[in-house]
Ligand binder design. Sequence first.
Ligand SMILES: C[S@@+](CC[C@H](N)C(=O)[O-])C[C@H]1O[C@@H](n2cnc3c(N)ncnc32)[C@H](O)[C@@H]1O
Length: 166
Amino acid sequence: MDLHIRYEGDDDPQKCTARKLAKFDRAELHRSHRATPYGIVLNPHAEQALSPADRLVAEDGALVALDCSWESAGEAQFSLAGEHRALPYLVAANPVNFGRPMQLTTVEALAAALCIFGEREQAEDILSKFTWGETFLELNDEPLRRYADCEDSGEIVDIQQEYLDR
Ligand SMILES: C[S@@+](CC[C@H](N)C(=O)[O-])C[C@H]1O[C@@H](n2cnc3c(N)ncnc32)[C@H](O)[C@@H]1O
């Protein structure tokens, strides 16, 4: 699946996961909203949760993340053309936000979406570029497998609730 990243460039370049993905040819960076292709946009502010039902749109178009600092990741920043989806409950494995729910790096968000779409190998491949990448899949193994078995976002939200209630 083609991975595209709207790259804002306002985060620490040393820690930026988007730049590393581009360096290894795993994703294409775009410097403007207009240049970013239409597709499924990973947006933590979106009302609808990502589910396997979104796979076709991502396959025909693109799977898109917005790489910017969390300080500037307000709702307005996500004015990209596409179908916006939030990821369901998952925890971060990156050293900055380790163990925190929902605030994933760009590579974690893309890998989670790939797992939900059944593209586990591609998810493993992009995470393999990061020392903590495998830990993300280990920490989230059960929810990711359960989300991938869902039909639609309604089912995803029901499963997410189980984790939120724990
Ligand atoms: C705010 S940027 C931070 C990037 C970080 N500086 C890095 O180097 O990876 C992370 C991006 O991943 C995606 N993302 C992260 N958590 C998400 C969630 N819970 N739901 C949907 N998308 C999410 C969004 O596209 C978000 O803009």
